[in-house]
Design a binder for this molecule. Structure first.
Ligand code: NDP
Length: 338
């Protein structure tokens, strides 16, 4: 007569705004209040959630490119879960859905805020990475922002990370002649070359980026896909060829800075190279999502791109997983299994 009561679902709240590097004291793991469903809503038990560098920006009060997280409330982010109860048309109990209410074990959302995904075609976590926002970031940045041409030499930083690994593999699939990456450990450098098929890679902690890049790309680069900013950006400008393009995707090297960081000292090279530097947000390129999803499915199936992720289990370790991304503890997409 006493059915076991399921443990109350939990969520991670932001309780103070970090200055510099976030710490555990900035977060709290607490029981969620899960409301009854209104007409049109679904209740989802999350199975995997994303932790991403952009979330650091949302922890600060100043609006980055996404609205700040509210203090004392659960944070948000990409997640995939199983529908436990549905009052929404077209969504059935047992469906796997992609949505934006991660950082909690159970989420209640409008049916219009979730998308059913096929977890027989790919693991649920792939929809947070290579088949989702991460992959589209690589594709849009390369095709639209960097205007990738066949035969280009492409350099990408953060090459062993989620976006960077996708950039190298997608660039190759789209006809780049030479793909070079940088990453922060010898294992990552090996992974990028041996598992992801980059032509060359180097550890940016081994010496000046400019010298290492010149060695890897003696004839220069046509495209730089920037994930880190700082010294990397200056080095890439220094190696830019005629009509070179820089797609500025991220600058993780400055996300925890408390003072503005100096910019590249060699911008004048853009004149002789007729070079172009352009920032972008994946959110502006969702019109490419269907085109990309079709190509990515094919590339995954035929092995052109491979799936690599680092996975941490349990919502009680989600903050560690997030901090781990900022510290470089991940190879491929960092996800948290719930
Ligand atoms: P990653 O999986 O690449 O993880 C971040 C990586 O950054 C770490 O693994 C670490 O690897 C590297 N890193 C950390 N600090 C530094 C540093 N000081 N210098 C160089 N590398 C560093 O994360 P994502 O793939 O999710 O994101 C990559 C970048 O793309 C981020 O800058 C992110 O903000 C940006 N982004 C932008 C989007 C947009 O719409 N513009 C959308 C999605 C992501 P290592 O061991 O090599 O140092």
């Amino acid at each position: 007569s006493h059915a076991p009561r399921p443990a109350a679902p939990r969520e991670v709240r932001l309780v103070s705004r970090p200055v510099g590097w976030p710490t555990h004291d900035d977060f709290e793991l607490v029981a969620s209040e899960v409301p009854e469903l209104a007409e049109g809503q679904v209740r989802v038990r999350n199975v995997v959630m994303s932790v991403d560098p952009y979330m650091r920006g949302r922890m600060s009060a100043a609006t980055s490119y996404a609205a700040p997280y509210e203090l004392g409330e659960a944070m948000q982010g990409g997640a995939v879960g199983v529908v436990e109860e549905s009052r929404a048309d077209g969504i059935t109990v047992g469906d796997h859905v992609l949505h934006g209410l991660g950082w909690r074990e159970v989420a209640v959302l409008d049916g219009s805020a979730v998308r059913v995904v096929d977890v027989t075609a790919a693991p649920a976590s792939a929809y947070l990475g290579i088949l989702g926002m991460t992959g589209l970031t690589a594709y849009a940045g390369l095709t639209r922002v960097a205007a990738l041409q066949e035969g280009d030499t492409v350099f990408v930083s953060g090459a062993a990370g989620a976006v960077g690994g996708a950039v190298g593999q997608v660039a190759r699939a789209l006809g780049a002649s030479r793909v070079i990456g940088s990453a922060g450990t010898p294992e990552k450098v090996r992974h990028v070359v041996e598992d992801l098929g980059f032509d060359a890679a180097f550890n940016y902690k081994d010496g000046p980026v400019s010298a290492q890049l010149r060695e890897a790309a003696p004839d220069g680069i046509d495209v730089y896909f920037d994930n880190v900013g700082g010294e990397h950006l200056e080095a890439a400008i220094g190696s830019l060829r005629l009509h070179g393009r820089v797609a500025v995707c991220g600058m993780i090297s400055v996300y925890n800075d408390t003072e503005p960081a100096p910019g590249p000292r060699n911008l004048a090279r853009l004149i002789q190279t007729r070079g172009r530097i352009e920032g972008f947000l994946v959110g502006d390129h969702y019109d490419l999502a269907r085109e990309y999803a079709g190509k990515a499915a094919g590339w995954l199936a035929d092995g052109t791109i491979s799936l690599r992720e680092t996975s941490v289990d349990g919502i009680e370790h989600a903050v560690d997983a997030f901090l781990g991304v900022l510290r470089g503890e991940n190879t491929g997409k960092m996800v948290v299994g719930l």
